[in-house]
Design a protein. Structure first.
Length: 127
């Protein structure tokens, strides 16, 4: 899907081959991304996957959270109901919450289009 025209259909097998990922793993990832609306599945002989919305509207944090669920540096930074036995005496919880917020902001600022553009620029440099 990277480095493809916006309306291009790509198979999970082709994506897996491009990134040296097992086809079965990529198929499950694509199913998850389809359920989350980031890609659309196209059935039929020429079927595959196509982006569900423009690449500049899909953030890296959306992709990660779609596949992995909510991410956090430490549990208490991501879960306000954390039942860590040390939480009442913890002196690093608040700094980790700040770091967590900055990480989420950073990952949200990177789009799929940004990643694609960076890959293209590296290919030009290496050729």
């Amino acid at each position: 899907m990277l480095n493809q025209p916006a309306d291009s259909v790509t198979t999970a097998r082709d994506i897996a081959k491009s990134y040296n990922i097992p086809s079965e793993v990529m198929a499950k990832i694509m199913q998850t991304l389809t359920r989350k609306g980031l890609v659309n599945s196209c059935q039929g002989a020429k079927g595959g996957y196509i982006l569900g919305k423009r690449g500049d509207l899909i953030s890296l944090s959306e992709i990660i959270e779609s596949i992995e669920g909510p991410f956090g540096i430490v549990e208490c930074a991501n879960d306000p109901t954390c039942d860590c036995v040390q939480l009442s005496n913890c002196n690093i919880s608040d700094p980790f919450k700040v770091i967590q917020k900055q990480l989420r902001t950073f990952l949200s600022s990177i789009s799929l289009a940004d990643i694609n553009n960076e890959i293209e620029m590296q290919r030009v440099v290496w050729q």
